[in-house]
Write a protein that binds this ligand. Structure first.
Ligand code: ATP
Ligand code: MG
Length: 425
């Protein structure tokens, strides 16, 4: 019988890879907590309408990337392609936005039916940050500063560039859109096929076309910055001051529009040249109209989402995952002969006293030599030898597996102290 394989674009994370992920997740956790953000979790399945109404009917995601099914009651449901819409839905459903502000984050799998390649999967993972109820540029700066802090902690700040833009008020954007459509229609024959199609559906998206010729043509197109209303202009200026004051470098990119319909005002992306075509590791912006659009009271919001696969790839390629992260065993307990029960009791006690140590008991019998082989292969720093003579003397041997050093013998009473001293890295 043929063996079943994972679906295309959906990867398994094997034990060799999970340490880097766990490391990334622990840094995220720590940084977000330090800014007072709280975690929220919501389901991976939602009513399809939630995404159509928020992300927008004519975006790539809703047009062609969503996994949509009829459930058994014939309701149309979709696997979430991103988190912001679900986050707003959950907050509204539970009254979290009523007369209060929220600083939230989430992490988990997202699903988009795209062509899989390096850094692009069909099930991928994001960490998202969302703040609700704040109007001013101070919160925009905060969200961006948090992401910059993350990159700094992870050691990749030098490998990413922050692009920022302001899309203006909905009215300013509508005026710009009209001017852009007029320009694009006049030069339609010079545009790539995708961009031609987008004139009618989502003309702003033409601005982030990856086609060189289209980008050249856009040099002469009307610029969004000429249409921005004074309030947005002021908001954008203050944001830049705050970022400068915080020492966060950025470039203003007037062609940055982001792919989703719900963005207003501030938008930003962190881009790297270390990952080939999949260069955006984090993107976000303001979505002041989204809560209302989904049936709630008008509430300002800002957020961003980062792709964990791309960030972990970067960490690995730039050698930014600390070596110790990959180590899973400190002590391998070698107990040949008839002493398993005593070895077990001894190690249970050690785990109580030193819960941070990772101790593996040999299982499956065998003589000294074969158990030492396993000990070596496990990657452990030390082998703890609990043989018959050691048990009789209430002692244990400590063999140094990674350095040239004479084996030592320690009394059970002193063992925890000794191991703690030997392994305190
Ligand atoms: P891209 O232009 O690369 O398709 P996007 O604009 O569709 O990105 P967003 O919807 O803004 O991406 O999602 C935020 C982040 O999630 C991206 O910057 C990227 O790091 C990550 N991401 C998006 N789609 C995928 C995917 N299919 N596989 C892996 N990561 C992804
Ligand atoms: Mg995309």
């Amino acid at each position: 019988m043929s063996k079943i394989q994972a679906l295309r674009g959906m990867s398994d994370l094997l034990p060799a890879q999970t340490p880097a992920w766990q490391y990334f997740e622990s840094v995220v956790n720590q940084v977000l907590q330090s800014y007072g953000y709280q975690e929220i979790r919501f389901p991976v399945l939602e009513e399809t309408d939630l995404f159509c109404r928020s992300i927008g009917e004519v975006t790539d995601i809703v047009e062609k990337e969503m996994y949509t099914f009829n459930d058994r009651e014939k309701k149309k449901i979709s696997l979430r392609p991103e988190g912001t819409a679900s986050c707003v839905r959950a907050c509204e459903q539970h009254g979290l936005l009523y007369n209060q502000t929220q600083r939230l984050w989430y992490a988990g799998p997202m699903f988009r039916h795209e062509r899989p390649q390096k850094g692009r999967l069909r099930q991928f993972h994001q960490v998202g940050i969302e703040a609700f109820g704040f109007e001013g540029p101070d919160i925009d700066a905060e969200v961006i500063i948090i992401t910059a802090k993350l990159w700094r902690k992870l050691g990749i700040l030098d490998a990413v560039t922050l692009h920022i833009n302001n899309l203006g008020s909905p009215q300013a954007r509508a005026e710009f859109r009209a001017a852009l459509v007029e320009f694009l229609n006049t030069h339609k024959d010079q545009l790539d096929e995708d961009s031609q199609r987008r004139i009618a559906t989502n003309p702003l998206r033409v601005l982030d076309s990856k086609v060189e010729k289209t980008q050249q043509l856009l040099d002469n197109a009307p610029s969004l910055s000429d249409f921005i209303d004074s309030e947005s202009r002021e908001h954008f200026a203050v944001l830049q001051e705050l970022l400068n004051a915080a020492g966060v470098d950025f470039v203003v990119n007037s062609r940055l529009v982001r792919g989703l319909d719900y963005y207003t005002g501030t938008v930003f992306e962190w881009i790297t040249d270390k990952l080939g075509a999949q260069g955006t590791v984090c993107g976000g912006g303001r979505y002041d109209g989204l809560v209302e659009q989904l049936g709630g009271r008008s509430t300002p919001g800002i957020g961003c989402a980062m792709g964990i696969e791309r960030l972990v790839l970067m960490l690995e390629e730039l050698n930014c995952v600390p070596e110790h992260v990959y180590k899973s065993v400190d002590i391998y307990v070698v107990a040949p002969g008839d002493v398993s029960a005593q070895a077990l009791a001894l190690t249970e006690n050690l785990r109580l006293t030193l819960p941070q140590l990772r101790i593996v008991n040999h299982c499956g019998g065998g003589n000294f030599k074969s158990q030492f082989k396993k000990a070596d292969k496990s990657g452990a720093t030390l082998a703890l030898i609990v043989g018959e003579s050691e048990v009789q003397n209430k002692q244990a041997g400590i063999k140094f597996l990674r350095e040239k050093r004479e084996q030592i013998t320690v009394n059970w009473n002193d063992l925890a102290t000794e191991l703690n001293a030997l392994l305190s890295y």
